[in-house]
Ligand binder design. Structure first.
Ligand code: HEM
Length: 397
């Protein structure tokens, strides 16, 4: 692939801020997306196992609906969080993203319906299980497979987008244009690694779950220790599988000795020890976040190297500074997002820690954070619309 073709595919308007900032934001937000993808797949998969045990086992009777609920919420969060890396990708790697979307147009189309059907069926599974213990097994399995298929489609877009040298051949195999939109590429080792991470993630989640509930009197000691040891088993076995898959992937693409790859391996070994000892799972989660960021960085490094070797560097992207836009974005992200998420998390934490019913209006911190969130939201909406209208009218009148 000639660099001039790639450069011609860039947005002539340039980027509104320094490309490195978008690159960092891409790495950060993809890690967040992946965290919830893995928690969704892991908790959903384990909940299906639970549906087979739920009727006769008092532990799984409590655990299964909680896992289903965790998966249900995680899917909605992963969808929201998927949008962010999508935006950053199309800002700095627009040639890649749009070519992949064009070549795989049918897959993009199918992706939307896959998600719609898969998530709707998840709700069916949730209600069926709520109605009868152990209910909704088949629907749950189908929904799980559909959502894994959504991940496979995402993987196709990611892989196709980093194969610029083969694009021409995919577009016109043997010189005959193929505009069917059915282009499909996969790297099975990379995919197995990504999806296998769902096992350690749900393991560490279970360790946190057990630790969180250990202060509650309405959950028995047996339940708390069972979930902790199940978490440890899943975490250890899952990390070993993921580590093997990671090494295989790195060997396949010749990155095994890369410092970032070595840092990930060290991170996984540290995680393995921490999960095995299970001294404080909240700290283990902190290390998991660091490893997730390193993995996200690895994905970016691979793409960056492929593109740089072809003469396309995101750092050479023409910058057309637009300070107001970036300020609005960062303020929205940090202030509105930060306070809003802090409010929801504080409330969720206190609800979970309270015996009986939690009344948020009687809690100082929750009330204060709720009021801040509402005020910031109203101010944000006023600024957003006033600014938009001003620009619209100053451009048209
Ligand atoms: C159940 C649904 C989903 C699953 C299981 C899933 C899973 C995945 C996986 C496994 C990858 C990594 C692929 C790879 O690097 O090989 C990925 C990447 C990604 N996903 Fe998702 N995803 C889902 C939904 C979404 C949605 C709804 C969005 C956007 C709204 C999204 C946006 C992205 C983006 C932008 C990437 C990175 C693509 C790239 O770097 O080229 N995902 N997803």
């Amino acid at each position: 692939m000639d660099a001039s073709v790639l450069l011609a595919l860039r947005d002539p308007a340039g980027v509104p801020f320094y490309p490195v900032v978008f690159q960092v934001l891409y790495i950060l937000t993809w890690a967040l997306h992946a965290a919830f993808v893995l928690l969704a797949l892991g908790s959903m998969g384990l909940s299906i196992v639970g549906t087979f045990k739920q009727k006769n086992d008092s532990t799984w009777k409590i655990l299964t609906p909680h896992l289903i609920q965790t998966g249900k919420i995680s899917i909605s969060i992963l969808i929201v969080l998927g949008v962010a890396p999508l935006l950053f990708t199309q800002v700095i790697y627009d040639p890649n993203w749009y070519v992949a979307n064009t070549l795989s147009g049918m897959c993009v189309f199918i992706f939307i319906y896959t998600l719609l059907v898969g998530y709707s069926m998840y709700y069916w599974y949730y209600y069926a299980n709520k109605k009868t213990e152990g209910g909704g097994k088949l629907i749950g399995i189908i929904s799980f497979l559909i959502l894994v298929f959504a991940g496979l489609l995402m993987h196709n877009f990611a892989v196709t987008s980093i194969m610029p040298n083969d694009w021409m051949n995919m577009y016109a195999p043997n010189g005959v244009v193929d505009n069917s939109g059915w282009t499909f590429n996969m790297n099975i080792v990379r995919l197995v690694f990504m999806v296998s991470l769902a096992i350690p993630v749900v393991g560490i989640f279970l360790q946190n779950y057990s630790r969180f509930l250990s202060t509650r009197e309405d959950f028995s000691e047996e339940f708390v220790s069972y979930t902790a040891s199940l978490g440890t088993k899943l975490g250890v076995v899952g990390l070993l599988i993921s580590a093997l898959a990671f090494v295989a992937w790195m060997m396949q693409i010749g990155y095994l000795m890369n410092p970032l790859s070595l840092a990930i391996i060290v991170g996984v070994v540290i995680l393995l020890v921490m999960v095995f000892l299970n001294k404080n799972s909240y700290i283990t989660t902190g290390i998991l976040v660091v490893v997730a960021l390193l993995i996200s960085g690895m994905r970016e490094l691979i793409r960056f190297d492929i593109m740089s070797n072809l003469g396309y560097s995101i750092y050479d992207y023409p910058v057309n500074l637009e300070i107001p836009t970036i300020t609005m974005f960062l303020l929205t992200f940090l202030v509105l997002g930060g306070v809003g998420v802090a409010y929801l998390l504080t409330m969720a934490w206190k609800v979970g820690k309270t015996q009986g019913i939690f009344d948020g209006s009687k809690d100082k911190a929750v009330t204060r954070l709720g009021n801040y969130t509402l005020t910031i939201m109203v101010v944000w909406m006023v600024i957003y619309f006033a600014w938009g209208m001003t620009i619209l009218f100053s451009n048209t009148l």
